[in-house]
Design a protein around this ligand. Structure first.
Ligand code: HEM
Length: 444
């Protein structure tokens, strides 16, 4: 069990020695290790009033300093003695700090030396990139209150047992006031949890609205496979524990929208076993978790009306089970890059394996997104309704480009037995005071 205990002015020399031990390898990598400069820098910033020893079993294993700064709190120092690296102590200290900053409703800021492993550590714990200085990369983490109250919570929640996806288009010749009035009626139904709402780029432009980052899906240049683009004005993801609720919600939505929008498509989906695709493979294993899921999926630091929102990419994939079933189990595992029997990743999977094509850390910058896909079935056809939430469309597009063979000519082996029959982008607005916030569409 870790404890944080107040430091005193007399601790300076010991803390300096600890800091040097912790930072020396990163500074040497940058060719900037200089003990005299290390002393001067800590001397300039050392303030015992905001510094605490990290104690474990009565022994000091590091120290931490949190300072008030413009726009929140600065994590000025967090150092662990190298003997205690890699044992989860850093995460434990961060969890304690998060509790404190969440209670204060404060944004936590931190900077990490460019070559330092700390960058990965902070990103993994949900810090989001803010800006760069000559030597440091700076990150920020909004408090829980900002994160939870401003987003449609269904995005981060686990998959429901049942779902329906409804897409709508504006009726021909409907003017902006009529569209706004239908959306105002819809907004009363959208709680962000049982009904998650997305807005298409064409609708935003019909309303004269500017939503930064929102655009239509337009395929992938140089793709070796067909990637249909099927824009729509509205997307509703209905989520429920049983199907009856979906029927009622779908009817209410259609009634609210009937004057101005018509239903383009409705698709029912469901959770299969523990969250498998219908091929039997676990889906979602490498999804970012908790803070990291929030950072990957939710727009932040872009301003009111956008913060708390999410960009969702939606693709209905149809499986050709006769092709999949004709593959040997080794070929099936190689197509995914994981073993179906125990979900282990295959070390020697071919370059075409799906998880090799999409490995989120293998992109520059890294391409993390939050996948919330569900199996669907309709009139004897079936597949995966792929849904990927991001703080932009970057991650989805980077992954799809690699899958499509546009980069190196190698097409994702998924295409041997499945193909997309739709493709669209939507903007999922934030929540404000328990209601969907459509202020960017000029709807109060
Ligand atoms: C038929 C459609 C698809 C199926 C059946 C499918 C299935 C899977 C499975 C079984 C995994 C491994 C477990 C996991 O980490 O979730 C996976 C991983 C992944 N898939 Fe898909 N997927 C499909 C389409 C897509 C598409 C269209 C994209 C993005 C454009 C995508 C992006 C990813 C990513 C990012 C990972 C995790 C890679 C990693 O970081 O290891 N998938 N998918």
């Amino acid at each position: 069990m870790l404890e944080l205990i107040a430091a005193s002015a007399n601790d300076f020399e010991e803390l300096l020695a600890l800091r040097i031990r912790a930072m020396q390898p990163s500074l040497e990598r940058l060719g900037r290790f200089d003990p005299q400069r290390a002393r001067e820098r800590l001397r300039a910033s050392y303030d015992p009033a905001v510094t605490r020893h990290i104690m474990c079993g009565g022994r000091r294993i590091g120290f931490v300093a949190l300072k008030p700064c413009e726009g929140g709190i600065l994590l000025d120092h967090l150092y662990l003695d190298p003997a205690f690296h890699g044992q989860g102590f850093g995460s434990q200290v961060l969890q304690q700090i998060f509790k404190e900053t969440d209670q204060q409703g404060a944004i936590l800021h931190v900077g990490a030396l460019r070559a330092s492993r700390a960058n990965r550590f902070y990103r993994k714990h949900g810090f989001i990139y803010s800006h760069e200085t000559e030597w440091d990369i700076c990150y920020r983490r909004p408090p829980a209150i900002l994160r939870n109250e401003t987003m449609q919570t269904g995005i981060l929640q686990t998959l429901p047992a049942h779902a329906s996806y409804l897409t709508f288009n504006a009726k021909a010749n409907t003017d902006a006031p009529a569209l706004r009035s239908a959306l105002t009626a819809l907004a009363k139904l959208v709680d962000g949890e049982k009904i998650v709402l997305g807005i298409g780029a064409n609708l935003a432009s019909k309303l004269g609205a500017q939503v930064n980052g929102l655009r239509n899906f337009d395929g992938i240049a140089d793709s070796r496979v067909r990637l249909p683009a099927t824009p729509a004005d509205l997307w509703c993801w209905l989520r429920a524990d049983e199907r009856g609720a979906l029927v009622h919600h779908a009817q209410q939505i259609q009634t609210a929208l009937q004057e101005a929008f018509e239903l383009q498509h409705q698709l029912d989906a469901f959770k299969y076993d523990t969250g498998r695709d219908l091929t039997g493979y676990e889906d979602g294993t490498e999804n970012p978790q908790d803070e990291a899921a929030f950072a990957a999926a939710i727009v932040q630091a872009q301003g009111p009306g956008l913060d708390g929102s999410s960009m969702v990419a939606v693709q209905q994939w149809r499986h050709q089970f006769e092709k999949f079933d004709a593959m040997s189990s080794t070929d099936q595992d190689n197509a995914i890059g994981r073993r179906k029997s125990d979900n282990e990743e295959l070390e020697d999977a071919p370059e075409s394996a799906h998880v090799k094509r999409t490995a989120q850390e293998d992109f520059t910058p890294e391409a993390f997104s939050l996948r919330r896909s569900m199996p669907w079935t309709e009139q004897g056809k079936a597949g995966l309704h792929f849904v990927s939430f991001g703080n932009s469309f970057y991650a989805f597009e980077a992954q799809l480009r690699r899958m499509s063979g546009a980069e190196d000519g190698i097409v994702d082996a998924l295409f041997k037995f499945s193909h997309p029959v739709s493709g669209s982008y939507f903007w999922c607005p934030p929540m404000k005071d328990g209601q969907i916030d459509l202020c960017l569409l000029h709807i109060d």
